[in-house]
Design a protein around this ligand. Structure first.
Ligand code: XLS
Ligand code: CA
Ligand code: CA
Length: 443
């Protein structure tokens, strides 16, 4: 058997490769539904779901919150910042190998220690990218996307690409350039921009139009550099309406789609939709996915969930099957995802065992695998698509079709109602659709 860990030390002793054991298994460290090689609709589950583990929460978030420090003791957090980064990369690749998520995602300063000195920051990142590349080669893991953290350092308190001071915009470019180059060096498929502090707290001191124009220029420059060094995949904007800013510019799918089109960026940029961000914007996860998909812009997903009882970004692991079914319906209807499902999620602060990190991911992977099974069943063997199509059948022929094709002016449209009598009442049958989803879920 090949070793499941890299380097001198095993960071998750007692945990082997997580296997598929099926629904009868009570083993918390086994998949009940996710069976990587099982084929559904011509693709394996692994190919459909393209799971990624995120570096920041999983290996960098020990459970701190605004009221107290972390509760998890990470065995890789021991020495200097660089010694910790080096140990962390070994722990991370051991985790990916044991869990079986084929992809990972990172921010520049999750992977390598940050530094005030630009040269030192760049050297740190280069060194860690070199190590991560060796680990990728040894394990076969792939990078789904990389990104730069342009929100933690105090210099970014007024934004990065939207900062009112060009000196900060320019400083942000150091990180975006370095993170893009790191992503390409690691064979990363895509590159993400989450606009952490790209927003405002007060319009009294903010020229929103100017900030957004600058942001579009910043993104275009990043796109040009990324393409010039060989990034083939998508640049992804990740919408979020608030937190940390009062108001963030990348509010939701609809807002970002409009912004991309206004600035001619829609060919290179798509959206990375996070469930918890959609709910913070007052939408369902499925709503924001559908808006992105309908605009031809759904590129990737940050798979997590919020807490319905409070209004902040709790980044919980996805366990709600209605959410995962809804998401997979959107994904399957658009023919799949170029990106993947990245678990931008953290175990609760009270979950302090190292095995909780595995259990949380297993639950998320099983929830999406079940969502895939149910959505596939609904789309291929249930009457769902036919019912929906039937609801719009009046636009498929005759006058409705002429209207839909733009062949009628308003007077002609109105004239068709004369003498036609009151339109027949047609039930929306919401309960029948909901029962159908439950029927397939219970199968
Ligand atoms: C924070 C965001 C962040 C992005 C990447 O709320 O979800 O983690 O995914 O910068
Ligand atoms: Ca989040
Ligand atoms: Ca995210």
């Amino acid at each position: 058997m090949t070793s499941l860990f890299i380097g001198a030390k095993e960071y998750f002793p007692g945990i082997g490769r997580i296997g598929f054991e099926g629904r009868e298994s009570d083993n918390p460290l086994a998949f009940k539904v996710y069976d990587a090689n099982r084929v559904i609709g011509g693709k394996t589950m692994a190919e459909h779901l393209r799971f990624a583990t995120c570096y920041w929460h999983t290996f960098g978030n020990a459970g701190h919150d605004p009221f107290g420090p972390g509760t998890r003791r990470f065995p890789w957090e021991s020495g200097s910042p660089m010694a910790t980064a080096e140990a962390k990369v070994d722990a991370a690749f051991e985790f990916f190998t044991k869990l079986g998520t084929p992809f990972w995602c990172f921010h520049d300063i999750d992977l390598a220690p940050d530094a005030e000195d630009i040269g030192e920051y760049e050297r740190n990142l280069k060194h860690m990218v070199g190590l991560a590349k060796q680990r990728q080669d040894a394990t076969g893991m792939k990078l789904l996307w990389g990104t730069a953290n342009l929100f933690s350092h105090p210099r970014y308190m007024n934004g990065a690409g939207t900062n009112p001071d060009f000196a900060v915009v320019s400083r942000a470019a150091i990180q975006v350039k370095a993170a893009l180059e790191a992503t390409v060096e690691l064979g990363g498929e895509h590159y993400v921009f989450w606009g952490g502090r790209e927003g405002y707290s007060s319009l009294h001191n903010t020229d929103m139009k100017r900030e957004l124009e600058n942001f579009a220029r910043f993104l275009a420059a990043a796109r040009d550099h990324g393409r010039s060094i060989g990034l083939k995949g998508n640049f992804l904007i990740e919408p979020k309406p608030m937190e940390p800013m009062n108001h963030q510019y990348d509010f939701d799918s609809a807002t970002v789609a409009g912004f991309l089109r206004q600035h001619g960026l829609e060919k290179d940029f798509k959206l990375n939709i996070e469930a918890n961000h959609a709910t913070l914007a007052g939408h369902t996860f499925q709503h924001d996915l559908q808006v992105a998909s309908d605009a031809g812009l759904l590129g990737s997903i940050d798979a997590n969930r919020g807490n319905p009882q409070n209004g902040w970004d709790t980044d919980q692991f996805p366990t709600d099957l209605y959410d995962t079914i809804g998401a997979m319906l959107v994904v399957l209807r658009q023919g799949g995802l170029e990106g993947g499902l990245n678990f931008d999620a953290k175990p609760r602060r009270e979950s302090t065992d190292m095995q909780d990190l595995f259990i949380a991911h297993i639950g998320g992977m099983d929830a999406f695998a079940r969502g895939l099974e149910v959505a596939h069943g609904l789309l291929t063997t249930s009457p769902l698509e036919q019912w929906r199509q039937q609801r719009y059948a009046s636009f498929d022929g005759g006058n409705g079709k002429a209207f839909a094709e733009g062949r009628l002016d308003l007077a002609a449209i109105a004239d068709l109602a004369r003498g036609a009598g009151e339109p027949a009442q047609t039930s929306g049958r919401q309960e029948a659709y909901e029962n159908l989803v439950n029927q397939y879920l219970l199968r």
